[in-house]
Design a protein around this ligand. Sequence first.
Ligand SMILES: [Fe+2]
Length: 445
Amino acid sequence: MTTTESNELGAEQLRARAAEALTRARARSIALTDAVDDEDLIKQHSKLMSPLVWDLAHIGSQEELWLVRDVGGREPLRPDIDDIYDAFQHARADRPALPLLGPAEARSYVREVREKAFDVLERVPLQGRRLTERAFAFGMVTQHEQQHDETMLATHQLRQGDPVLHAPEPPPARSGALPAEVLVPGGAFTMGTSAEPWALDNERPAHELAVDAFWMDTTPVTSGAYAEFLDGGGYDDEAWWSPEGWAYRTRNGITAPRFWKREQDGWWRTRFGVYERITADEPVVHVSYFEAEAYAAWAGRRLPTEAEWEKSARFDPATGRSRRFPWGDEEPGAEHANLGQRHLRPAPAGAYPAGASPTGVHQLIGDVWEWTSTDLYGYPGFAPFPYREYSEVFFGPEYKVLRGGSFGTDSAAIRGTFRNWDYPIRRQIFAGFRTARDAGPGEVG
Ligand SMILES: [Fe+2]
């Protein structure tokens, strides 16, 4: 086989992989928007969110900009709507007032863009230009669509009314009794990636980083453990809260995780239109960074840094190598992690023994995004790509990094190096946390 032939074979596989990932994302966008009627699509369900019909056309608009116009060099389809769907031009709260495409128009727009994008995918060489190298632009657009699908899922959670989404229950706990925490050894490890083809600019480049030995919670903090903090008066005791966290809690009258309500017989919550008792062994979700931080202080612990999280998730002490995922280098399967909206809730602690990391940390990928104590900045050697607005404009002390993805994150949009970020007050996202502590002398692993 000649080099050209082997490059072409690689290119065909890349094209097939990109087409499959784009198709899966679109099936999900359609399912999330077909689940409600036109009135619900246009309506703003919360000031925190865009109308679903905005997300849908915005997905198409970004795909048109990157794949049809930039990669494909084709004529614009709808240059007149560029501004309406530019997330930097209009805050979410202002989007319902824009002259948005209606549901039927938005659906036919995204369909038309997708046909052109597939045509581009078939014809464009997947080498010679960084944007198309190993189908990067197609991977970026896929991840963008999946991220908006997760945002639309969060809008569904905020929506009032009867349940419209359905999914099977997640697997039960299968690990037996797990230790509460595991020791992650100190020393250098490789953080970030220079090799992952669809990794975004903020995950790059790979670099060596030394971390002191620490103890990490084996699983995310559960609703049952969190309820003990609540019932012990944790929300009324300033001692557990940072000054910013206490001010936030007081100003907003926060008394429990979002969607939780205290009844005579304990805590209940609303989940995609279903009112139900909280599940004690399920990771807590819909807590802000400030609540996570207060719980950790109450428990005599702290939130992990981003580097500690990544070392827990990727470092293999036997080889000294960093893996792509906690379980190894293979893509996430249903046995590894609760991803992709396969279930409409986090799975119980211990439900994914096959997804544990070499050091024995469970459920780092999927279930709930995990708050870390780290502000979002670029890694040493960071270079914006393909544009500053992807992540560089968010660098600074106002955003905290979240890791690992949630039950609403697709496998195309998560990996051991993936970095998410949000304001520390955010609660409508599918965020939970786990805690850590420094290893004492003699515990250094
Ligand atoms: Fe977007």
